[in-house]
Design a protein around this ligand. Structure first.
Ligand code: PHB
Length: 348
């Protein structure tokens, strides 16, 4: 049987790809004190490209200091930070792989410790529950963005996208998932606004749609991917958007009409079939364009998601972290090493 997963292919927007293996975004927290990426990160990404990963999505990359929420994550805001990414894109391109920069604003999943002393911003004033593992304090109490301020957030992403192109990325992925800023607008359980960005399904989708349209207009459909998580891991289980069906029925065709062509349906550590796999089966009839997804799928499972037309490319995070020779192992049918938390401590 031929392997769709491991054969080369030409995608109408992405161009030549070595295969359908995608390295998903993973927070690694190895940026330097100026939030620049280092040579060690370039080596880490280049190793995966040399092994054969077709498309790499970077770790979440902060578009503006007020959007940070983590220790030592890279930014793409200053010229110095933008320059630092050039070593990564150069090394990855030398190996003939493609690389998109994941643009990230954490919103309320943050704390003043990470935002330069100002309260994190969100769709709402409601604080996220639980303890932030980044500083072992409760999450910060967010400040709901004023309606008039929202274009400033779009501008942060637009500048980040332009910086990514200046750093020779093949494109950007807008991180609209996993409970971060855009998801704080989507989610009816968080968004309690009374302006045109809250209330109805249309209003809660407005932030993501306006943002995406601006970035699409700037970069074009071949350089813009959107990451969504209508169903994602939470604790040991998973969490769905409260009005999931209505949201998808409005949002997916709206992205289609504006000219978006690449979607990453992500579930952050949850079981694929319970979360992303189910969402993808629901949206596939509305979305005849590129869909990527996955979550620690076994090679045979990945192959059948491709063969059945649910996925166009398959994402892995933990297995690619734990196996720098992931693609080689797939080609040779060798067993995969599972990820262990100790592996997060070093950048191999
Ligand atoms: C994490 O650091 O656990 C993390 C960061 C960004 C995500 C998901 C998980 O999108």
């Amino acid at each position: 049987v031929r392997s769709m997963l491991l054969e080369t292919f030409n995608h109408p927007l992405l161009g030549y790809l070595k295969n359908r293996v995608v390295m998903s975004a993973m927070t690694r927290s190895f940026a330097d004190q100026n939030h620049c990426v280092t040579a060690a990160s370039a080596e880490y990404y280049a190793r995966r490209a040399a092994d054969g990963v077709g498309l790499i999505l970077t770790e979440g990359t902060i578009v503006h200091p007020t959007g940070d929420g983590y220790n030592n994550v890279p930014y793409i805001y200053t010229q110095e930070q933008t320059e630092s990414w050039k070593q990564v894109t150069q090394r990855v391109h030398e190996e003939d792989s493609k690389i998109f920069c994941q643009l990230w604003h954490c919103g309320r999943i943050s704390h003043e410790d990470f935002t330069g002393g100002v309260p994190p911003v969100s769709s709402s004033n409601k604080q996220a529950g639980g303890i932030n593992r980044q500083n072992n304090k409760p999450y910060g109490v967010p400040r709901a963005l004023e309606t008039e301020e929202i274009p400033q957030i779009y501008e942060m992403f637009r500048q980040g996208a332009l910086n990514a192109i200046a750093a020779n990325f093949d494109g950007v992925q807008l991180h609209l998932a996993h409970g971060y800023l855009a998801d704080q607008f989507f989610d009816a359980a968080i968004n309690d606004r009374t302006d045109k960005y809250g209330g109805s399904v249309e209003n809660r989708c407005r932030f993501a749609l306006e943002l995406t349209e601006i970035i699409l207009r700037e970069l074009g459909p071949e350089k813009v991917m959107v990451r969504l998580s209508p169903s994602r891991g939470l604790g040991d289980g998973f969490y769905d958007w409260p009005d999931l069906d209505d949201m998808l029925a409005y949002l997916i065709p709206a992205f289609e009409r504006m000219g978006l062509r690449m979607l990453d349906i992500s579930c952050a550590r949850a079981d694929y079939y319970q979360t992303s796999g189910r969402i993808i089966r629901q949206i596939r009839p509305m979305w005849p364009h590129l869909i990527i997804g996955g979550a620690s799928l076994l090679p045979g499972q990945a192959e059948s998601e491709l063969q059945e037309g649910f996925l166009d490319m398959v994402t892995w995070a933990r297995f690619i972290l734990a196996n720098p020779d992931f693609v080689t192992r797939l080609r040779e049918g060798k067993p995969l090493t599972p990820m262990e938390s100790d592996m997060l401590k070093t950048l191999v």
